[in-house]
Design a protein around this ligand. Sequence first.
Ligand code: AGP
Length: 367
Amino acid sequence: TAADKGGFKHYMLKEIYEQPAVTLAAFEGRINDGLVDESVFGEQATAIFDQVKQIQIIACGTSYHAGMIAKYWMESLAGIPCHVEVASEYRYRSVVIQEGTLFVSISQSGETADTLAALRDVQDQILASLTICNVPGSSLVRESDLNLMTKAGPEIGVASTKAFTTQLVALLLTTIVLGRRFKLTEDKEREIVLALAELPSLIERSIAMDGAIESMSQSFAEKHHSLFLGRGTLYPVAMEGALKLKEISYIHAEAYPAGELKHGPLALVDKDMPVVAVAPQNDMLDKLKANLQEVSARGGELFIFAGSTQDVQPGEGIHVLGMPSMPQILEPIVYTIPLQLLSYHVAVLKGTDVDQPRNLAKSVTVE
Ligand code: AGP
């Protein structure tokens, strides 16, 4: 009913707008004196974390994209070797599990058949299991040694939105508690915790771009294909943006790490192929700009979410939306918001069933 949707036209839009509140819920109460309280992971957390030598992350779909971002964090911030793989591949190949592996499953529902099966298959070969999950009492939570609930609240839209951003907050907390045992210093931890406090208002400010993104969406409604580009932690964000567009607007969208463009997909670029880029003000910006020039030179229409409108200039066929400036660690979380809004508005223009896209189920409990 309209009441359940809190006055919003769709659950998806309601859930996008809930993100300032739920990302706060995902870290609030888990910080003590500026440091993350690791007891929230479970009674055995400290004993288990002390023995971890590497991480294996397993998930599907949007949750897998969260895992990809966590891999960047685990290796660059924490210095912990980290692998990430989709559950439906991992469980069907013969894997080599190294000693001291913490198996981390990420799942909104906690009931995804492949993710659950992957955990069950390796139970006796791993150090321990941790699930990052949104549904208390779900199968993954019951069967894992440790858990960190994402606290997004019920997610009804099939296209995952708030589940993803809260997973990222939970994964950042996880990176911190493990990183303490590796290369993460207490100063760095305090810096990340301070940055997290800015997250809800940064998401709020991104949501305030809704009107501008709605106008932008008109350029997509008639298109059949699109490319999403990003580098570093923004590459999985591009993948997540492409998945959202595919799921609810049925427009073919493919994500590429921008540096791979010239190794093939550049051949596809023409005026009928919109290219969306997430371009924060980070150390990869110059490289990304060079990649984007290659797109423009071939007549491709660019839609850039940029950290600095000074560095990335709008022009003929180049649309630029300026994002607020933010701590680098928050970029993958905050840049997700405009991509969610973009696919939402494209889907509304196309008149698809936004909350219940064709052929898809909210929770994939079959293999
Ligand atoms: C995302 O929009 C999807 N509908 C889908 O990819 C989903 O993320 C995937 O099925 C995993 O679900 P889970 O997080 O509940 O395990």
